[in-house]
Each structure stands twice: as C-alpha cells, then as structure tokens.
Design a protein around this ligand. Structure first.
Ligand SMILES: Nc1nc2c(c(=O)[nH]1)N[C@H]1C(S)=C(S)[C@@H](COP(=O)(O)OP(=O)(O)OC[C@H]3O[C@@H](n4cnc5c(=O)[nH]c(N)nc54)[C@H](O)[C@@H]3O)O[C@H]1N2
Ligand SMILES: Nc1nc2c(c(=O)[nH]1)N[C@H]1C(S)=C(S)[C@@H](COP(=O)(O)OP(=O)(O)OC[C@H]3O[C@@H](n4cnc5c(=O)[nH]c(N)nc54)[C@H](O)[C@@H]3O)O[C@H]1N2
Ligand code: SF4
Ligand SMILES: [Mo]
Length: 743
C-alpha cells in the first residue's frame, strides 16, 4: 500500500488529495491537510475517485467503428485509420474542413490543455470551438479589452476581504469557478468570523445564499441593470481613488452612459428596490476590502459582456480593483502573456480577427463561438467542416439546440473523440481515443492556476508507467498533429516536439525583458534536455515565469521545485499588479469602448420591457460534473435529480405538486420534466440542471441510462447570443410552463 499525493482536479477547486493505492488500484481518497490552498477540504466527488477510476464502463482501449458499431482496437490501427481518412479529407476539401472542439474536461487534463491549440494549428484550420463560448468568454473578452489580456482575470481576495458580492454563482455546489478557492464555504465562514459580510445575488436561494450574510433575489438577467444602478450611485458618492482608477481615462464618457440608470430607474427591472441598491453600493464603497465576483449566471445570460464590464466598473469605482481584500489579479507560476515582456503595455486585444464562414460570427479568443459549430458542419460549401476532433467534451449535451448538433455530428466524415466514456457525443465517433488512468498521468492544473486566490501551483508526477494498451494524451495529440502535418501517424513525435520547442525558446530569447532575453537558445535547450520530453514545456514555462529561476539567472523555481514539493508550492498571497499586469497598447485601462455604450442603450430599452411569465435558469449539482458523472452509483443522491424547480405559488397556480410532470416549452421545442416545488426559487423562475439526458446509452453507460433525466438543451437555442462575444445564452430565456398532459 502506498499513499500518493496529488490534486483531485475534477473541478476548479483543485483540492489537494491523498490517494491510497493498493496493488495498483486507488482504494481511498482523502483530503491533503498539508495543501497550502485547500488545507484539508474535499467534496463527495473527490472521494468518489476510486469509483470513477474503477468504473467498468470506462473506455480503456481505443474504439474504432467497424460495420456500424464501436469496437475495441489497438492504437496503431486507430491512428492509421485516422491518418488515411483525415489525409483524404484535407486533400480533397482543404484545411478548413477540419475542426476541433475542446470541452471542459480539457481544463482538468494537463496534456490536453497543453496541446489543443497546437492541434488546431497543425490542422491549419480556424475552426476551433470550445466550451468557453458556452461559459466564460464574455469575462475573458472584457478583460482583454480593458486590460489588454484575456487572461487578466481577477478573483475575490476572499481570505482578506471584509465584503464579498457573489453574483450568479453557487460555489457551495460548484466549488467555485474562475476562482480556485477550495472549501469556499469555509473561507466564507472565516470572512464572517472576521466581522465581514457576504451577499449573494441569484434568482434562486442557493446553498451559497443560505450561508451568506445576505441574500438578494434578482430577476434573471437583471444584473446589468442592478450594477448600472450601483455604478450610478458610486459616481454620485464619488469614486474612491486607487491606482486602478487613476489608470482609467474617459470616466466622464462612462458617467454619461450611466446617467439614465439611477437606482429608481433600474429597480423594477432587476427586482431590487432603490433603497437597497443605494445601501449596498454605499456599503461596497465604504468597506476597505470588498470584492464583486460573478460566474455562470452573469456570463451566460442576456447581458453577459455588459454585466462583466459593469462588474469591473463597479469594482473600480468602489476602490476595490487590485487592492488587498478586493478583486485581485493572480500571478500564475507558469509564464503568461501578462508576465512576459515589458510590464504595463502590450499589443492589446481585439475580437473578430477572422469571422466564421456561415454566419460571419467574430473570432473570439482565437475561437469560433459554439453558436456556429453545428452550422459549420451542416451547411454545404467551401470550408464545410467534415472532420472534427472532440477533445474531452460532450457537445451533444452541452450545446443548445441539441437536435441540430446531433444531426450535424452524424453527418461528419470523421469524428475522433478523446474521451474516457462512450457518451452522447463519443457514441457517434468513428474513433474514440481514451486518456490513461489517473495514476498514469502527470498533473498540473495549468489552466486553473490562472485564477487561484493565492499564487500557487501543485504538480503531480506520473505515479506508474503506461501499460501496453495505454497512451498518454500527449502522445495521442502529437500523433494527431503529425498526421495533420503529413508526417504520418508513426512519425518521431519527440523529435517533432523538440523542433517546435527550440523555435519557442529562440523566440523567447528575443523578447525584450523576458527572463532569457539575449541568452543562447542552445544553452537553454540543453538544460531542458536533461528532462524527459514530456516535461520540457512545463519546465520552460515555470522557469521563465515570474517566480522562475530564469535558467540560472536568478533564484527561483523550476519543475524540480514542484517535484520536490508534492503538497504544492505557495508563492504567497496575491499582490497588487497594476499597472504592471496591463498589456493594452495605451498602458491604461481601456474602459470606455463604444460597444459598452451601445449595450447600455440596449439595456435602457429592456428596463421597461414586459417580463415573461416564466424564465428558465440552470443549476449545478454537487454530486455531478456537467454531463459525465451520472454513471457512478455512489454519487446518486436525493438532492441530485433532474427536476424543474418551481416556486410554490406558481405550482399552485398551475395545479402541480412535486413529482408531477411539467410541460416546459420554448419557440423551439418542449420537454416534460418532473416538478420540484421549492420556495428557494423566485416566483416566475424555473430551474433545470444541465448535463442530463442519457436515454439510449443502456449499453455503454448503464447506470446513467437507468436514470437518464432530460437534456435541457433540447429546448434551449442560440437565438439571442451575447452581441459582443456570441456566447450562448443559457439562463433567463422565456419559457411557457403548464402541467403536462401525461402523468
Ligand atoms: N443549458 C446549459 N448548458 C450548458 C451549461 C449550462 O449551465 N446550462 N454549462 C456550459 C458550461 S459552463 C460548460 S463548461 C459546458 C461543458 O461542455 P462539455 O465540456 O462539452 O461537456 P462535459 O459534460 O463537461 O464533457 C466532458 C467530457 O470529457 C470527458 N472526460 C472526462 N475526463 C476526461 C479525461 O480525463 N480525458 C478525456 N479525454 N475525456 C474526459 C467526459 O467523459 C465528457 O464526455 O456545458 C455548457 N452547457
Ligand atoms: N458539482 C459541480 N461542480 C461544477 C460543475 C458541475 O456540473 N457540478 N460544473 C463546473 C463548470 S463547467 C462551471 S462553468 C462551474 C460554474 O460554477 P457556478 O457558476 O458557481 O455554478 P452554477 O450552479 O451554474 O451557478 C450559477 C448560478 O447563477 C444563477 N443564475 C441564473 N441566472 C442568473 C442571472 O441572470 N443572474 C444571477 N445573478 N444569477 C443567475 C443560478 O441560479 C445559479 O445559482 O461549475 C463547475 N463546477
Ligand atoms: S471540490 Fe472539486 S477538486 Fe475539490 S474534491 Fe471536490 S471535485 Fe475535487
Ligand atoms: Mo463551465
């Protein structure tokens, strides 16, 4: 029996975990008390890792479609098949005929997150789609425009705050998102014990709201109206002087845009009375260390980008951006665009560097929004996507307009899924390529450590070698790249990667003020060669990063430091980073983009529009993880049901009780779903979790299929995307609700 120290990495909390391994099998997972960030927290999903790893329905060898069914095959056969088919498609239809979709689980898988962009580049296609356009892209685009870097993402400095506003997020169940703050409720409790306060804004009294100092019910999509009222009040009270404020030009312009949005003017639309708005705004301004934080409910609604922008404006005006205890920019251990090169200035950020073929949607953070993926596949013409690589994602379930997505995927000439299950999407694949088990992978939550509440990183070495039937995701992706570049599936992938790394190293030696500016690239590459090929990129990123040793030029960390510190390397509490973190061309916070003035005009019209009788919102469930955690018997729980939650008054009006079927429809489609009557919902709002709908998977996912639930995205479509980012709207749609005809 051995104890293996690692991170759970199933969600964005990135908790330290200690796994007991007996005869090569994980038998138990416990919290790692010595982890400097999670300090002994773990949730039911983390504890279920043994079950997840042992799940008999997991895919452990490649699967290849033969005579219509997916059958196990060996890796060479799978790669050779892909080589032949992809090469044919690209030769006949060109490079745009290939597409890549990257799902959420990629953010939790070091190799996939490291290589997915390289795969798209090797394919030579701009058809890169990711779950981010169903999620946080508005946040990233607003950060890009204001701070010049899409990954300038601030987090609430929760451990030192005196006041935190939580908008459209439920970290008690999601365990936090775009914010690595494991054990969030414990951190919130400590905030209360320090005499601080927390306020939750949500149409549903969530588990987080129930534990907060104050719960403020808000109308779905009412956040922008509310925040505009708050900003209006802050301008009246007088903005607090901070470095951030001094970096904002055109404050008068912004004040002009906001002038119609008095608390009285926005109150009805957001469902919060004017006095409360003034009280909350005043408290925010008067509290020395306060932060405004928002998540899914703010980035997947009618005013997503505007809401993110207003959050920044409010944080700035109240004196809370980049101040201790406020909203702070982390400084990740791995080098990032905003830690490389001359501080405080850069190339800036734009959207729309290219556009999508069918709808002309803008490129957003180097991706085409998911709202366009199905049409890029099902619309004939030059550049039609015919081969799709789906990496750790399940677009059939995740994407609005499920039916069109299903049909589109069915018509692909090649669908390759990197997945560990045969689920709704991978069932349609020509080839499934599985990731190895957890013990046979290295881990570092590279993506998530961009938004930790301390500057922190934790690396786990691969515990055991790969077995004959296993391949690392690194090998898989490098082989796919080799195929895409015409080198053949059996190319020397280590050599190809080394060539690419040498180019990166050389480029970095020419970046002014980089940690290796002016150095001899060969000398750096020689140092990297002392590591195994798969470790070199990460070592490079760490050593040129803000805490790195600069390859011997200063004291600092390298991959070896992380290996020597299995409980995680803590580089301290967050520090103010303005103006150093900026990468705008002006070196200022560029807050007054005309697009936001336009969005405020759209909002002004909405203030007086009649509200729908019912609005649909989503929710996450503690013992679930989007679409893929329903096959584990021990995570089944009475609180994890696929129900439509509805307020008792609404239920009474419709003549339904808990368990009765509700008929919920949009212009697009209708579903029948059991009602769950609860006063946690605001009247006029129904809440349905996403990620369900496993009917028909009795063979591949029998446990999930036995309690299939319903895919809410059958009634959700891309009708009203966020104008700036084309982000999917997943919350606040008008729906009709009545008692179903059938029992
Ligand atoms: N209506 C509605 N729709 C939504 C949302 C919502 O709130 N409401 N939320 C949206 C959001 S925020 C997101 S992020 C998307 C998620 O969208 P997706 O990422 O497309 O969906 P997931 O269900 O997370 O799919 C993850 C896939 O990765 C696989 N997987 C898990 N671990 C591994 C691994 O180690 N290796 C590999 N290769 N595969 C693995 C799983 O089996 C699963 O198939 O959904 C979006 N869709
Ligand atoms: N257990 C578990 N954890 C997860 C996941 C999971 O599926 N299960 N998924 C992971 C993923 S991919 C993500 S992106 C994160 C998401 O993390 P969170 O955003 O914290 O999770 P949600 O439960 O979606 O919380 C969104 C909240 O917004 C509210 N809401 C809806 N519309 C509005 C609105 O217009 N305004 C306001 N103010 N609130 C609104 C909803 O009622 C809900 O409580 O969670 C991650 N963690
Ligand atoms: S909160 Fe997230 S990272 Fe922590 S144990 Fe649970 S699933 Fe794992
Ligand atoms: Mo997400």
């Amino acid at each position: 029996m051995v104890q293996v120290r690692t991170t759970c990495s199933l969600c964005e909390a990135s908790c330290g975990a200690v796994m007991t391994v007996e005869d090569g099998i994980i038998t138990k997972v416990m919290a790692d008390r010595e982890d400097p960030l999670s300090g002994g927290f773990i949730c039911p999903k983390g504890a279920a890792i043994p079950e997840l790893e042992a799940d008999p329905d997991r895919i452990r060898t490649p699967m290849l479609r033969k005579n219509g069914t997916l059958q196990p095959c060996d890796w060479d056969e799978a790669f050779a098949f892909i080589d032949e088919r992809l090469t044919g498609i690209l030769a006949k239809h060109g490079r745009q005929a290939a597409g890549v979709y990257v799902g959420n689980a990629a953010a939790h898988n070091l190799n996939i997150i490291t290589y997915f962009e390289d795969l798209a580049r090797a394919l030579g296609t701009t058809n890169l789609f990711t779950a981010a356009s169903l999620d946080q892209n508005p946040r990233q685009v607003v950060s890009g425009l204001l701070y010049g870097d899409e990954f300038a993402l601030y987090v609430p400095d929760i451990d030192r705050s005196r006041l935190v506003w939580i908008m459209g997020a439920n970290p008690a169940e999601s365990n936090g998102s775009m914010m690595v703050a494991p054990g969030f409720l414990g951190r919130m409790q400590k905030l209360h014990e320090r005499g601080g306060r927390s306020v939750v804004f949500d149409p549903r009294r969530t588990m987080t709201a129930a534990r907060a100092s104050e719960y403020v019910p808000i109308t779905p999509s009412g956040d922008a109206a509310f925040l505009a009222g708050v900003a209006h009040t802050l301008l009246k009270l007088g903005p607090r002087q901070t470095t951030a404020l001094s970096l904002v030009d055109d404050l008068e312009q912004i004040a002009g845009w906001l002038s119609p949005f008095s608390p009285e003017a926005v109150s009805t639309a957001c469902g919060i009375d004017a006095q409360t708005i003034v009280r909350l705004a005043t408290e925010l301004r008067e509290t020395e260390a306060a932060a405004v934080y928002g998540r899914i409910g703010t980035t997947t609604q009618l005013y997503s980008s505007l809401t993110c922008w207003l959050m920044d404006i409010v944080n700035i005006l109240a004196g809370n951006l980049d101040t201790v205890g406020g909203s702070m920019f982390p400084k990740p251990l791995l080098a990032q665009p905003n830690t490389i090169g001359p501080p405080g200035m850069g190339q800036g950020f734009t959207v729309g560097k290219w556009t999508s073929r069918v709808s002309g949607a803008p490129e957003v953070v180097s991706q085409i929004p998911m709202a366009c993926m199905a049409e890029e596949i099902d619309t004939p013409g030059d550049g039609q996507v015919r081969a799709l690589f789906c990496l750790a994602g399940n677009p059939v379930t995740a994407s609005p307009d499920t039916e069109r997505m299903q049909k589109a995927l069915d018509q692909l000439e090649l669908l390759v899924c990197l997945d560990i299950y045969q689920g709704e999407t991978s069932s349609k694949a020509h080839v499934i390529l599985p990731s190895p088990p957890r013990l046979a992978r290295p881990n570092y939550d590279a993506y998530l450590y961009r938004f930790t509440v301390r500057n922190y990183g934790r690396y786990t070495q691969q515990h055991r070698p790969l077995e004959a039937h296993e391949r690392s995701d690194r090998e898989t992706l490098l082989r796919l790249m080799a195929i895409a570049q015409g080198h053949g599936w059996d190319a020397d992938i280590d050599a190809l990667e080394e060539q690419a790394l040498a180019v990166t190293v050389e480029a970095m030696t020419q970046v002014p003020q980089s940690a290796i500016e002016g150095r001899d690239p060969d000398e750096i590459v020689a140092q990297l060669r002392t590591l195994s090929p798969g470790e070199r990129r990460m070592d490079f990123g760490l050593r040129i990063g803000p805490f790195g040793d600069g390859f011997g030029s200063r004291d600092g960390i390298s991959l070896q430091t992380l290996k020597d510190t299995p409980q995680g390397v803590d580089c301290g509490a967050l520090v103010p980073r303005l103006p150093e973190a900026l990468r705008t061309q002006s070196g200022r916070i560029e807050a007054a983009h005309a697009v936001f003035g336009g969005e405020l005009e759209r909002l002004a019209g909405w203030l007086t529009e009649p509200r729908p009788r019912f609005s649909l919102i989503g929710r996450r469930q503690l013992r679930s993880n989007n679409s893929w955690f329903h096959n584990l018997p021990n995570l089944q729980h009475p609180t994890r049901q696929c129900t439509a939650q509805i307020h008792p008054d609404d239920a009474a009006g419709l003549g339904v009780s808990s368990g009765d079927l509700l008929h919920i429809s949009t212009d697009k489609a209708a579903i029948d779903i059991p009602a769950e009557v609860t006063d946690t919902l605001s009247p006029g709002v129904v809440s349905i979790p996403h990620g369900w709908g496993h009917g028909g998977l009795d063979e591949s996912l029998p446990v999930a299929a036995a309690e299939p639930g319903i895919n809410v995205n059958r009634i959700v479509d891309y009708g009203e995307v966020d104008p700036l980012t084309w982000n999917g709207r997943l919350n606040g749609m008008a729906v009709e609700v009545r008692k179903a005809d059938r029992a």
